[in-house]
Design a protein around this ligand. Structure first.
Ligand code: NDP
Ligand code: MG
Length: 396
Protein backbone atom coordinates (compact mmCIF):
# COMPACT_ATOMS: atom_id res chain seq x y z
CA UNK A 1 0.00 0.00 0.00
CA UNK A 2 1.03 3.63 -0.62
CA UNK A 3 1.99 6.05 2.15
CA UNK A 4 -0.82 6.94 4.56
CA UNK A 5 -3.04 9.79 3.38
CA UNK A 6 -2.49 13.08 5.20
CA UNK A 7 -5.69 14.42 6.74
CA UNK A 8 -6.46 17.89 8.10
CA UNK A 9 -9.36 18.01 10.57
CA UNK A 10 -10.80 21.54 10.77
CA UNK A 11 -12.93 21.65 13.92
CA UNK A 12 -11.19 18.67 15.57
CA UNK A 13 -12.49 19.53 19.06
CA UNK A 14 -16.13 19.25 17.97
CA UNK A 15 -18.55 16.39 17.61
CA UNK A 16 -17.74 15.67 13.94
CA UNK A 17 -14.06 16.13 14.76
CA UNK A 18 -14.28 13.40 17.43
CA UNK A 19 -16.10 10.99 15.11
CA UNK A 20 -13.55 11.67 12.37
CA UNK A 21 -10.58 11.02 14.66
CA UNK A 22 -12.24 7.81 15.86
CA UNK A 23 -12.50 6.52 12.26
CA UNK A 24 -8.96 7.67 11.36
CA UNK A 25 -7.50 5.91 14.41
CA UNK A 26 -9.04 2.60 13.25
CA UNK A 27 -6.96 2.75 10.05
CA UNK A 28 -3.44 3.94 10.89
CA UNK A 29 -2.07 2.23 7.78
CA UNK A 30 -4.36 4.35 5.55
CA UNK A 31 -4.50 7.70 7.33
CA UNK A 32 -2.24 10.04 9.25
CA UNK A 33 -3.41 13.20 10.99
CA UNK A 34 -1.69 16.19 9.38
CA UNK A 35 -3.40 19.03 11.27
CA UNK A 36 -5.95 19.53 14.05
CA UNK A 37 -7.75 22.79 14.82
CA UNK A 38 -9.68 24.05 17.84
CA UNK A 39 -11.19 27.30 18.98
CA UNK A 40 -12.38 27.44 22.62
CA UNK A 41 -11.72 23.88 23.84
CA UNK A 42 -7.95 24.19 23.85
CA UNK A 43 -7.27 21.69 26.66
CA UNK A 44 -9.12 19.12 24.52
CA UNK A 45 -7.04 20.14 21.50
CA UNK A 46 -3.86 19.54 23.51
CA UNK A 47 -5.08 16.05 24.48
CA UNK A 48 -5.91 15.32 20.83
CA UNK A 49 -2.44 16.46 19.76
CA UNK A 50 -0.84 14.14 22.32
CA UNK A 51 -2.93 11.26 20.97
CA UNK A 52 -2.56 11.90 17.22
CA UNK A 53 0.78 13.70 16.98
CA UNK A 54 -0.16 16.02 14.08
CA UNK A 55 2.35 18.00 12.04
CA UNK A 56 0.33 21.20 12.76
CA UNK A 57 -2.25 22.47 15.24
CA UNK A 58 -4.24 25.69 14.83
CA UNK A 59 -5.71 27.88 17.61
CA UNK A 60 -7.50 31.26 17.45
CA UNK A 61 -4.74 33.68 18.53
CA UNK A 62 -1.06 34.20 19.17
CA UNK A 63 -1.20 33.80 22.94
CA UNK A 64 -3.07 30.49 22.72
CA UNK A 65 -0.54 29.39 20.10
CA UNK A 66 2.39 30.15 22.41
CA UNK A 67 0.78 28.26 25.30
CA UNK A 68 -0.04 25.19 23.24
CA UNK A 69 3.36 25.25 21.53
CA UNK A 70 5.13 25.21 24.92
CA UNK A 71 2.94 22.44 26.31
CA UNK A 72 3.47 20.24 23.25
CA UNK A 73 7.22 20.84 23.21
CA UNK A 74 7.42 19.93 26.90
CA UNK A 75 5.65 16.68 26.04
CA UNK A 76 8.25 15.93 23.36
CA UNK A 77 6.06 16.65 20.30
CA UNK A 78 7.34 18.48 17.23
CA UNK A 79 3.85 19.73 16.26
CA UNK A 80 3.97 23.31 14.98
CA UNK A 81 1.19 25.56 16.30
CA UNK A 82 -0.31 28.19 13.95
CA UNK A 83 -3.10 30.65 14.69
CA UNK A 84 -6.02 32.56 13.24
CA UNK A 85 -7.84 32.27 9.96
CA UNK A 86 -4.52 32.37 8.08
CA UNK A 87 -3.39 29.31 10.05
CA UNK A 88 -6.63 27.49 9.23
CA UNK A 89 -6.24 28.28 5.52
CA UNK A 90 -2.60 27.13 5.58
CA UNK A 91 -3.40 23.68 6.97
CA UNK A 92 -6.43 23.36 4.65
CA UNK A 93 -4.37 24.03 1.53
CA UNK A 94 -0.90 22.67 2.41
CA UNK A 95 0.61 20.70 -0.51
CA UNK A 96 1.16 17.58 1.64
CA UNK A 97 -2.57 17.32 2.50
CA UNK A 98 -4.70 14.71 0.73
CA UNK A 99 -8.07 15.33 2.38
CA UNK A 100 -9.66 17.98 4.57
CA UNK A 101 -12.52 17.37 6.97
CA UNK A 102 -14.40 20.70 7.01
CA UNK A 103 -16.09 20.54 10.43
CA UNK A 104 -15.88 24.07 11.82
CA UNK A 105 -19.39 25.21 12.72
CA UNK A 106 -20.97 28.20 11.01
CA UNK A 107 -19.69 31.03 8.82
CA UNK A 108 -16.27 30.82 10.54
CA UNK A 109 -15.61 27.75 8.40
CA UNK A 110 -16.16 29.49 5.07
CA UNK A 111 -12.66 30.76 4.22
CA UNK A 112 -10.72 27.66 5.37
CA UNK A 113 -13.16 25.36 3.56
CA UNK A 114 -12.86 27.47 0.40
CA UNK A 115 -9.07 27.39 0.76
CA UNK A 116 -9.20 23.58 0.71
CA UNK A 117 -11.48 23.65 -2.34
CA UNK A 118 -9.28 26.15 -4.19
CA UNK A 119 -6.23 23.98 -3.48
CA UNK A 120 -8.03 21.08 -5.22
CA UNK A 121 -8.22 18.85 -2.14
CA UNK A 122 -10.56 16.02 -1.40
CA UNK A 123 -12.98 18.00 0.80
CA UNK A 124 -15.23 16.16 3.23
CA UNK A 125 -17.94 18.74 3.80
CA UNK A 126 -19.68 18.83 7.19
CA UNK A 127 -19.73 22.64 7.43
CA UNK A 128 -23.03 23.12 5.56
CA UNK A 129 -23.16 26.83 6.46
CA UNK A 130 -20.20 27.52 4.12
CA UNK A 131 -22.06 26.05 1.16
CA UNK A 132 -25.36 27.72 2.10
CA UNK A 133 -23.67 31.12 2.23
CA UNK A 134 -21.65 30.94 -0.94
CA UNK A 135 -23.03 28.05 -2.99
CA UNK A 136 -22.43 29.53 -6.45
CA UNK A 137 -18.86 30.63 -5.65
CA UNK A 138 -18.14 27.41 -3.84
CA UNK A 139 -19.30 25.12 -6.64
CA UNK A 140 -17.50 27.27 -9.23
CA UNK A 141 -14.29 26.89 -7.19
CA UNK A 142 -14.81 23.10 -7.08
CA UNK A 143 -15.12 23.04 -10.89
CA UNK A 144 -12.12 25.30 -11.42
CA UNK A 145 -9.72 23.45 -9.09
CA UNK A 146 -10.92 19.89 -9.67
CA UNK A 147 -11.45 19.44 -5.91
CA UNK A 148 -13.42 16.36 -4.95
CA UNK A 149 -16.36 17.38 -2.76
CA UNK A 150 -17.87 14.58 -0.67
CA UNK A 151 -20.86 15.24 1.58
CA UNK A 152 -20.62 14.31 5.26
CA UNK A 153 -24.07 15.51 6.27
CA UNK A 154 -25.79 12.13 6.69
CA UNK A 155 -28.69 13.04 4.37
CA UNK A 156 -26.46 14.29 1.56
CA UNK A 157 -24.09 11.40 1.98
CA UNK A 158 -27.12 9.10 1.65
CA UNK A 159 -28.33 10.91 -1.49
CA UNK A 160 -24.81 10.72 -2.94
CA UNK A 161 -24.86 6.96 -2.32
CA UNK A 162 -28.29 6.61 -3.99
CA UNK A 163 -27.44 8.66 -7.11
CA UNK A 164 -25.74 7.13 -10.15
CA UNK A 165 -22.01 7.86 -10.36
CA UNK A 166 -22.49 10.18 -13.38
CA UNK A 167 -25.22 12.32 -11.76
CA UNK A 168 -23.19 15.44 -12.58
CA UNK A 169 -24.73 15.36 -16.08
CA UNK A 170 -27.96 16.50 -14.40
CA UNK A 171 -30.72 15.03 -12.28
CA UNK A 172 -33.22 14.86 -15.16
CA UNK A 173 -30.70 13.11 -17.44
CA UNK A 174 -30.09 10.64 -14.60
CA UNK A 175 -33.79 9.83 -14.40
CA UNK A 176 -34.22 11.43 -10.97
CA UNK A 177 -37.70 12.75 -10.20
CA UNK A 178 -37.16 14.02 -6.65
CA UNK A 179 -34.77 13.98 -3.75
CA UNK A 180 -36.45 13.01 -0.49
CA UNK A 181 -34.67 14.59 2.45
CA UNK A 182 -35.49 12.91 5.76
CA UNK A 183 -35.68 14.76 9.08
CA UNK A 184 -36.17 13.35 12.56
CA UNK A 185 -38.39 16.28 13.55
CA UNK A 186 -36.12 16.89 16.56
CA UNK A 187 -37.09 17.00 20.23
CA UNK A 188 -40.18 19.22 19.70
CA UNK A 189 -41.96 17.23 17.02
CA UNK A 190 -44.89 16.58 19.33
CA UNK A 191 -44.54 19.35 21.92
CA UNK A 192 -47.79 21.36 22.20
CA UNK A 193 -47.36 24.52 20.08
CA UNK A 194 -48.07 26.84 23.03
CA UNK A 195 -45.26 25.21 25.04
CA UNK A 196 -42.62 26.04 22.38
CA UNK A 197 -42.38 29.59 23.79
CA UNK A 198 -40.94 28.19 26.99
CA UNK A 199 -38.58 25.41 25.92
CA UNK A 200 -34.99 25.69 27.21
CA UNK A 201 -31.61 25.33 25.48
CA UNK A 202 -31.12 22.05 27.38
CA UNK A 203 -34.37 20.66 25.95
CA UNK A 204 -33.49 21.90 22.46
CA UNK A 205 -30.05 20.27 22.63
CA UNK A 206 -31.43 16.89 23.78
CA UNK A 207 -31.87 15.40 20.32
CA UNK A 208 -33.74 12.08 20.34
CA UNK A 209 -31.41 10.25 17.89
CA UNK A 210 -28.15 12.16 17.34
CA UNK A 211 -25.44 13.60 19.61
CA UNK A 212 -24.18 16.82 18.01
CA UNK A 213 -22.76 20.28 18.73
CA UNK A 214 -25.11 22.80 20.35
CA UNK A 215 -25.71 25.02 17.31
CA UNK A 216 -26.76 22.20 14.99
CA UNK A 217 -28.84 20.68 17.81
CA UNK A 218 -30.88 23.90 18.09
CA UNK A 219 -31.11 24.01 14.28
CA UNK A 220 -32.50 20.47 14.35
CA UNK A 221 -35.08 21.45 16.97
CA UNK A 222 -36.27 24.42 14.86
CA UNK A 223 -35.84 22.44 11.61
CA UNK A 224 -33.61 25.24 10.29
CA UNK A 225 -31.11 22.42 9.97
CA UNK A 226 -33.36 20.81 7.36
CA UNK A 227 -33.81 24.19 5.69
CA UNK A 228 -30.03 24.65 5.45
CA UNK A 229 -29.81 21.06 4.17
CA UNK A 230 -32.39 21.80 1.48
CA UNK A 231 -30.15 24.63 0.22
CA UNK A 232 -27.09 22.39 0.61
CA UNK A 233 -28.76 19.66 -1.50
CA UNK A 234 -29.61 22.15 -4.27
CA UNK A 235 -25.94 23.13 -4.61
CA UNK A 236 -24.42 19.68 -4.21
CA UNK A 237 -26.75 17.93 -6.64
CA UNK A 238 -27.68 20.84 -8.92
CA UNK A 239 -31.35 20.54 -7.92
CA UNK A 240 -34.11 23.13 -7.90
CA UNK A 241 -35.73 23.68 -4.47
CA UNK A 242 -38.97 22.20 -5.85
CA UNK A 243 -37.10 18.95 -6.59
CA UNK A 244 -36.25 18.49 -2.88
CA UNK A 245 -39.02 17.30 -0.61
CA UNK A 246 -38.67 17.12 3.17
CA UNK A 247 -40.28 14.29 5.10
CA UNK A 248 -40.26 13.59 8.79
CA UNK A 249 -38.97 10.17 9.67
CA UNK A 250 -38.68 10.01 13.47
CA UNK A 251 -36.50 6.88 13.67
CA UNK A 252 -33.54 8.43 11.73
CA UNK A 253 -32.74 5.08 10.15
CA UNK A 254 -33.35 6.07 6.52
CA UNK A 255 -30.91 8.93 5.97
CA UNK A 256 -32.55 10.12 2.70
CA UNK A 257 -33.94 8.76 -0.58
CA UNK A 258 -33.86 9.34 -4.34
CA UNK A 259 -37.07 8.90 -6.34
CA UNK A 260 -36.53 7.87 -10.01
CA UNK A 261 -38.89 8.31 -12.97
CA UNK A 262 -39.36 4.54 -13.34
CA UNK A 263 -40.90 4.37 -9.86
CA UNK A 264 -37.77 3.10 -8.11
CA UNK A 265 -37.00 4.78 -4.80
CA UNK A 266 -33.49 4.16 -3.47
CA UNK A 267 -32.69 4.77 0.18
CA UNK A 268 -29.62 4.53 2.37
CA UNK A 269 -30.18 3.12 5.85
CA UNK A 270 -27.99 2.81 8.91
CA UNK A 271 -27.77 3.48 12.61
CA UNK A 272 -27.69 7.22 13.35
CA UNK A 273 -23.92 7.52 13.83
CA UNK A 274 -21.86 10.07 11.87
CA UNK A 275 -18.94 7.65 11.62
CA UNK A 276 -20.78 5.94 8.72
CA UNK A 277 -20.84 8.94 6.36
CA UNK A 278 -17.36 9.96 7.55
CA UNK A 279 -15.89 6.52 6.78
CA UNK A 280 -17.78 6.43 3.48
CA UNK A 281 -16.40 9.77 2.33
CA UNK A 282 -12.88 9.12 3.63
CA UNK A 283 -12.51 5.82 1.80
CA UNK A 284 -14.73 6.51 -1.24
CA UNK A 285 -14.97 4.71 -3.62
CA UNK A 286 -13.81 1.94 -1.28
CA UNK A 287 -15.50 0.91 1.98
CA UNK A 288 -13.84 0.67 5.37
CA UNK A 289 -14.91 -0.28 8.88
CA UNK A 290 -16.33 2.71 10.78
CA UNK A 291 -16.91 1.12 14.17
CA UNK A 292 -20.68 1.55 13.74
CA UNK A 293 -22.81 -1.37 14.95
CA UNK A 294 -24.67 -3.28 12.21
CA UNK A 295 -28.26 -2.10 11.71
CA UNK A 296 -30.68 -4.47 13.45
CA UNK A 297 -33.91 -4.12 11.46
CA UNK A 298 -35.77 -6.43 13.83
CA UNK A 299 -35.20 -4.04 16.69
CA UNK A 300 -36.01 -1.01 14.47
CA UNK A 301 -39.24 -2.89 13.57
CA UNK A 302 -41.02 0.05 11.92
CA UNK A 303 -40.27 3.12 9.82
CA UNK A 304 -42.70 6.06 10.03
CA UNK A 305 -43.12 9.09 7.75
CA UNK A 306 -45.00 12.36 8.20
CA UNK A 307 -45.34 15.63 6.37
CA UNK A 308 -43.59 18.51 8.22
CA UNK A 309 -45.91 20.93 10.01
CA UNK A 310 -45.02 24.43 8.70
CA UNK A 311 -46.81 26.17 11.56
CA UNK A 312 -44.63 24.33 14.06
CA UNK A 313 -41.46 24.79 11.99
CA UNK A 314 -41.53 28.29 10.39
CA UNK A 315 -37.73 28.13 9.87
CA UNK A 316 -38.26 25.47 7.25
CA UNK A 317 -40.58 27.79 5.30
CA UNK A 318 -38.09 30.69 5.61
CA UNK A 319 -35.25 28.50 4.32
CA UNK A 320 -37.28 27.29 1.36
CA UNK A 321 -38.10 30.91 0.50
CA UNK A 322 -34.39 31.77 0.73
CA UNK A 323 -33.50 28.82 -1.49
CA UNK A 324 -35.97 30.04 -4.09
CA UNK A 325 -34.85 33.67 -3.85
CA UNK A 326 -31.14 32.79 -4.24
CA UNK A 327 -28.44 35.51 -4.43
CA UNK A 328 -27.34 36.63 -0.98
CA UNK A 329 -30.63 35.63 0.70
CA UNK A 330 -29.35 32.22 1.92
CA UNK A 331 -26.25 33.93 3.39
CA UNK A 332 -28.54 36.40 5.19
CA UNK A 333 -30.77 33.59 6.43
CA UNK A 334 -27.73 31.74 7.75
CA UNK A 335 -26.24 34.82 9.43
CA UNK A 336 -29.53 35.79 11.11
CA UNK A 337 -29.96 32.21 12.28
CA UNK A 338 -26.43 32.09 13.77
CA UNK A 339 -27.09 35.27 15.78
CA UNK A 340 -30.55 34.10 16.85
CA UNK A 341 -29.38 30.62 17.90
CA UNK A 342 -26.47 32.08 19.92
CA UNK A 343 -28.94 34.43 21.65
CA UNK A 344 -31.28 31.52 22.41
CA UNK A 345 -28.39 29.48 23.84
CA UNK A 346 -27.55 32.51 26.04
CA UNK A 347 -31.25 32.63 27.13
CA UNK A 348 -31.67 36.11 25.67
CA UNK A 349 -34.56 35.11 23.39
CA UNK A 350 -37.26 32.47 23.31
CA UNK A 351 -37.02 29.47 21.01
CA UNK A 352 -39.93 30.77 18.92
CA UNK A 353 -38.18 34.12 18.46
CA UNK A 354 -35.43 32.48 16.38
CA UNK A 355 -37.82 32.41 13.40
CA UNK A 356 -39.06 35.96 14.21
CA UNK A 357 -35.51 37.33 14.09
CA UNK A 358 -34.74 35.64 10.77
CA UNK A 359 -38.05 36.80 9.29
CA UNK A 360 -37.33 40.35 10.45
CA UNK A 361 -33.83 40.34 8.94
CA UNK A 362 -35.01 38.97 5.60
CA UNK A 363 -37.75 41.61 5.46
CA UNK A 364 -35.51 44.55 6.37
CA UNK A 365 -32.26 43.88 4.52
CA UNK A 366 -31.86 44.21 0.78
CA UNK A 367 -30.44 41.20 -1.01
CA UNK A 368 -28.19 41.12 -4.05
CA UNK A 369 -26.13 38.85 -6.22
CA UNK A 370 -23.69 36.47 -4.54
CA UNK A 371 -20.98 36.39 -7.17
CA UNK A 372 -18.01 37.44 -5.05
CA UNK A 373 -16.83 36.63 -1.55
CA UNK A 374 -17.13 40.34 -0.71
CA UNK A 375 -20.84 40.34 -1.66
CA UNK A 376 -21.46 37.26 0.48
CA UNK A 377 -19.51 38.48 3.51
CA UNK A 378 -21.09 41.95 3.19
CA UNK A 379 -24.60 40.44 3.23
CA UNK A 380 -23.59 38.23 6.17
CA UNK A 381 -22.32 41.26 8.14
CA UNK A 382 -25.42 43.37 7.40
CA UNK A 383 -27.76 40.54 8.38
CA UNK A 384 -25.88 40.02 11.65
CA UNK A 385 -26.04 43.73 12.43
CA UNK A 386 -29.78 43.81 11.70
CA UNK A 387 -30.34 40.74 13.93
CA UNK A 388 -28.32 42.36 16.74
CA UNK A 389 -30.42 45.52 16.47
CA UNK A 390 -33.51 43.35 16.92
CA UNK A 391 -31.92 41.89 20.06
CA UNK A 392 -30.92 45.30 21.44
CA UNK A 393 -34.47 46.60 20.95
CA UNK A 394 -35.85 43.47 22.57
CA UNK A 395 -37.49 42.59 19.28
CA UNK A 396 -40.81 43.39 17.66
P1 NDP B 1 -19.33 21.42 17.41
O1 NDP B 1 -19.87 22.64 18.02
O2 NDP B 1 -19.30 20.16 18.18
O3 NDP B 1 -17.84 21.69 16.86
C1 NDP B 1 -17.55 22.85 16.13
C2 NDP B 1 -16.07 22.95 15.85
O4 NDP B 1 -15.80 24.23 15.25
C3 NDP B 1 -15.22 22.89 17.11
O5 NDP B 1 -13.99 22.26 16.82
C4 NDP B 1 -15.01 24.37 17.43
O6 NDP B 1 -13.87 24.61 18.26
C5 NDP B 1 -14.83 24.92 16.05
N1 NDP B 1 -15.13 26.35 15.97
C6 NDP B 1 -16.21 27.00 16.49
N2 NDP B 1 -16.15 28.32 16.21
C7 NDP B 1 -15.00 28.51 15.53
C8 NDP B 1 -14.36 29.66 14.99
N3 NDP B 1 -14.91 30.89 15.09
N4 NDP B 1 -13.19 29.50 14.35
C9 NDP B 1 -12.62 28.28 14.23
N5 NDP B 1 -13.18 27.14 14.73
C10 NDP B 1 -14.35 27.27 15.38
O7 NDP B 1 -20.16 21.20 16.04
P2 NDP B 1 -20.42 19.85 15.23
O8 NDP B 1 -19.18 19.03 15.18
O9 NDP B 1 -21.68 19.24 15.68
O10 NDP B 1 -20.71 20.45 13.78
C11 NDP B 1 -19.66 20.91 12.93
C12 NDP B 1 -20.24 21.19 11.55
O11 NDP B 1 -20.71 19.96 11.01
C13 NDP B 1 -21.44 22.13 11.55
O12 NDP B 1 -21.39 22.94 10.41
C14 NDP B 1 -22.65 21.21 11.50
O13 NDP B 1 -23.75 21.78 10.86
C15 NDP B 1 -22.08 20.06 10.65
N6 NDP B 1 -22.74 18.78 10.89
C16 NDP B 1 -22.68 18.19 12.11
C17 NDP B 1 -23.32 16.99 12.35
C18 NDP B 1 -23.21 16.30 13.69
O14 NDP B 1 -23.74 15.18 13.81
N7 NDP B 1 -22.59 16.85 14.69
C19 NDP B 1 -24.10 16.33 11.30
C20 NDP B 1 -24.06 17.01 10.04
C21 NDP B 1 -23.40 18.20 9.85
P3 NDP B 1 -14.03 24.57 19.89
O15 NDP B 1 -14.94 23.43 20.20
O16 NDP B 1 -12.61 24.31 20.35
O17 NDP B 1 -14.56 25.88 20.31
MG1 MG C 1 -27.93 16.27 8.48
Amino acid sequence: MNRPQQITVLGATGSIGASTLDVLARHPERYQVFALTGFSRLAELRTLCLRHNPRFAVVPDERAARNLQEALRAAGLSTEVLHGEAGLCTVAAAPEVDAVMAAIVGAAGLRPTLAAVQAGKKVLLANKEALVMSGALFMRAVQASGAMLLPIDSEHNAIFQCLPSNYARGLAASGVRRILLTASGGPFRETPLAALDHVTPEQACAHPNWTMGRKISVDSASMMNKGLELIEACWLFDARPAQVEVLIHPQSVIHSLVDYVDGSVLAQLGNPDMRTPIAHALAWPERIDSGVAPLDLFSVARLDFQEPDVERFPCLRLARQAAEAGGTVPAMLNAANEVAVAAFLERRVRFTEIASIIDHVLNHEASGTADSLDCVLGADARARAQARRWLERGGR
